[in-house]
Ligand binder design. Sequence first.
Ligand code: ADP
Length: 375
Amino acid sequence: MEAGMKQVRNALAVASGKGGVGKSTVATHLALALARTGAKVGLMDSDIYGPSVPTMLGGGPPPQPSAQPGLIHPVETRGIRYISMGLFAGRDTPVIWRGPMATKMVQQFLSQVVWGELDYLLIDLPPGTGDVQLTLTQSAPLVGAVIVTTPQDVAVGVTLRGLRMFEQVQVPILGIIENMSSFVCPHCGKATEIFRHGGGRKAAEELGVPFLGEVPLDPALAAAGDAGEPVVSAEGAMKDSPTARAFVEIAERLLQQVKSVNSLTASVRHHPTEVKSADGVVEITWNDGHVSRLPFRALRQACPCALCVDEWSGERRTDPNRILMSVRPLDIRRVGRYGLQFNWSDLHGSGIYTYDYLRSLDPTAPKDSATQAKT
Ligand code: ADP
């Protein structure tokens, strides 16, 4: 088995705007749910300030020293491989790291752990949007990021902060998961909505990112975590509980997203080296040197989102003549390595224009790439 990320097919970050939202719980259960599909899965607990993954997975044997000095073997348990600072520091010892040390540790986890062949490596990021996260997102070849949030955090915009960090480094958002979404009574099994439910889905729609699903606030999940008996586990007593099923469904949706991002990225032949907007046009300079000048209104009229275009028939659902003459982009964001998202002055912002689609809107662009009209 090889050290480092060479044999890792898909590295996915699991992030949150702040601590305590259940990010590690979600990352661990997602890893187990992905493993249930037969995939080879790794989990890197880079939450060095409060590593909780070893407790949740029930410890297991300590990491094995490698025959080659400097290399670390991950722990293999419950069908996944994982590594965590908690394995080295002892579970009850608080780890106080200064920024640069923390960053170095994370880099070691990426380069010196013998991950071997993995279909998915979930990277549980420290909470927030600091240096460690940025380093990590820049030094690991991430397919995308999953944002974990709670109904309250959506309300105060913490989710958005996490999201913006990934946009800055051009990592696609694979989706939002709402944790502790409703309370499941341990006695009668009835779900009660304590906080305003559905905020995660709404936020995802507004931000134009997929919604992967909801995990209920389930006392059994917290108890299982403390006892080292995760609810999603082939041999676990709760493997078929509604909470376990929620994780399995979220994992299925996540796999769909990974597939679609991978196919979009593979299809990209042209990408912009510069994007400017001025004098009524968006000016895109492409990697082949061609410059496209796309008028604001025409671009807005060509929005490919599911609200504007019928997904099945491809027919436009909105009347292009009703788009304001004065429409302009308030901000233009890159989405992963395959497209741009425009936040328009008429408050429309859900459409992702793939690079191929943008090229197809410019009749003067050299026609050597497949066009792709779908988001
Ligand atoms: P984070 O990684 O965001 O800091 P953790 O995953 O460590 O958060 O979770 C914080 C606490 O909340 C833990 O005690 C965990 O067991 C509990 N918890 C997380 N998600 C749920 C849930 N859906 N239902 C009940 N308890 C949860």
